[in-house]
Design a protein around this ligand. Structure first.
Ligand code: MG
Length: 160
């Protein structure tokens, strides 16, 4: 049985912070802020996976009120999410994502992100698609106040 899930996330951008996207540190004058390392792409992917398995959302599994999770690397959140999906009896099919960011251009980093994510998730690199768009300078992404990401995930019940 196949199931599909959707995820969306936003983080605020500010100067003096690192910009982590898909587990890669992207050189940028502005970085994302959050309780974790604020990797908006990974958070959207986790929510898509949780949604597909009907396991709630990233906030339930990794609460931002939990002091122990302060500054946690999102790559660890993703690993744990994949583990939970596996324990629920699913394997991951493919993931498609879009990052909405005005600057910097992230196309030079996409292959690296795909490699990193496929290693973390234990799936083929061909199973991960990452697309990037600007919002033509409109809205909070366009004003460089924030970055957003969308993800959908297909999972399949492992025959038992
Ligand atoms: Mg987030």
């Amino acid at each position: 049985m196949f199931r599909i899930g959707f995820g969306f996330d936003v983080h605020k951008l500010e100067e003096g912070h690192a910009l982590w996207l898909g587990g890669i540190n992207i050189p940028s004058d502005k970085g994302a802020i959050g309780h974790s390392d604020a990797d908006v792409l990974i958070h959207a992917i986790c929510d898509a996976l949780f949604g597909a398995a009907n396991l709630g959302d990233i906030g339930i599994h990794f609460p931002d009120t939990e002091p122990g999770l302060k500054g946690i690397q999102s790559t660890l959140i993703l690993k744990k999410t994949v583990q939970l999906i596996g324990e629920a009896g699913y394997m991951i099919g493919n993931i498609d994502t879009t990052i909405s960011l005005q600057e910097p251009k992230i196309s030079p980093y996409i292959e690296q992100m795909k490699k990193e994510l496929s290693t973390l998730m234990g799936i083929d690199v061909n199973g991960i698609s990452i697309k990037a768009t600007t919002t033509e300078r409109l809205g909070f992404e366009g004003r460089r106040e924030g970055v957003s990401a969308y993800a959908i995930a297909l999972i399949q019940k492992i025959a038992s």
